[in-house]
Each structure stands twice: as structure tokens, then as C-alpha cells.
Design a protein. Structure first.
Length: 138
């Protein structure tokens, strides 16, 4: 069974293994925990059998108008079971008072986000891959 929580209570680095699939310079589990701690909003999917996090979404905000969802990921072996859909819907509930909820995604995920009434726009991004693991963040 999967349960959904919005707190890090009881979540340790050992419960955060396997994420950032395909990243060339991924954050450690310690950095992952830090990301979740410092986010304005989080929702985690937990496998109740193992206590491990199997999916997560986080959001950052200006607490007035704009919110941004930088990361959403479900572990490969748990994909295709509706976990991301549930994570997004629970996060939307948290962000419902914002004017803007923004997400950047790859072309292949546009159909996924269109299910939630997102509109496609042009996006510009800048990435410093030396910093992808979060080691040099202040
Ligand atoms: C994208 C991701 C979070 C989806 O997780 P999931 O739990 O498998 O998604 P769901 O089971 O809720 O699927 C919802 C719908 O999206 C579709 N979908 C899921 N993953 C998809 C993908 N990678 N590409 C295209 N469509 C996808 C599913 O087919 C499903 O459609 P359906 O309802 O018509 O069957 C997961 O594939 C993932 O972690 N990918 C790697 C990280 C990533 O790309 N994150 C997004 C950054 S913007």
C-alpha cells in the first residue's frame, strides 16, 4: 500500500534511495533530504511495507502569487500506477490559492501535464551541470 504524506517526520536518507534516475551529476540522498526540507511544500509517496519514499513532488513559492514545481519523480518500479497523478493532485490542493503554478518539462511529458489543465508555453532555462549535485549551493 502507498500512503501520501506532507512531512519529513521519520524520513531518513536511507529511505530516499534510487531517485534522480539518469542525472549525470545527481544529488546525494543527504542533498535530497535538504532539498525537501528547504522546499515550501512537499508531498511524498511512501511504500508502507518498506517505509521508503517511492515518489515525491516539491514546490517553491513567493508565498503570494507564484509557485513552481521543480521536481516530481516516481521510482521506476513504481511508475504507471497513478502515483504521480496523486502527488500532483495533492500538491495542487496545497497550491490552490496561488495565481501561478509553473512547471518546466520535457516534450514527452506535455500530455501528462495537459491532463491537469496546464497550458504549453515557451520556456527558457539555464543549467550549470557542475552544480547539479547541489554540493556548491549555499
Ligand atoms: C513522470 C513520472 C513522474 C510519472 O509517474 P507515474 O507515477 O508513472 O505517473 P502516473 O502513473 O500517475 O501516470 C499518469 C499518466 O501520465 C502518463 N505518463 C507517465 N509517465 C510518462 C512519461 N514519462 N511520458 C509520458 N507520459 C507519461 C501515463 O501514461 C498516465 O497516462 P494515463 O492516465 O493516460 O494512463 C515518472 O515517469 C517519472 O518519475 N519520470 C522520471 C522523472 C521525470 O521525468 N519527472 C518529471 C519532471 S517534469
Amino acid at each position: 500500500m502507498i500512503k501520501y504524506i506532507d512531512t519529513l517526520e521519520g524520513v531518513k536518507t536511507k529511505n530516499l534511495k534510487g531517485f534522480f534516475v539518469g542525472w549525470q551529476n545527481p544529488p546525494s540522498t543527504e542533498k535530497h533530504l535538504e532539498i525537501l526540507k528547504n522546499s515550501n511544500y512537499i508531498v511524498l509517496a511512501i511504500d508502507e511495507d518498506t517505509g521508503n519514499v517511492v515518489g515525491f513532488v516539491n514546490a517553491l513559492s513567493d508565498k503570494t502569487l507564484y509557485s513552481y514545481i521543480p521536481l516530481i519523480e516516481v521510482l521506476p518500479e513504481y511508475q504507471g500506477k497513478g502515483i504521480a497523478t496523486k502527488l500532483v493532485n495533492l500538491m495542487f490542493e496545497k497550491l490552490r490559492h496561488y495565481y501561478a503554478i509553473d512547471i518546466c518539462c520535457d516534450e514527452e511529458l506535455i500530455s501528462f501535464y495537459k491532463n491537469f489543465n496546464f497550458n504549453k508555453v515557451a520556456g527558457m532555462i539555464k543549467r550549470n551541470y557542475d552544480n547539479q549535485n547541489g554540493k556548491s549551493a549555499i
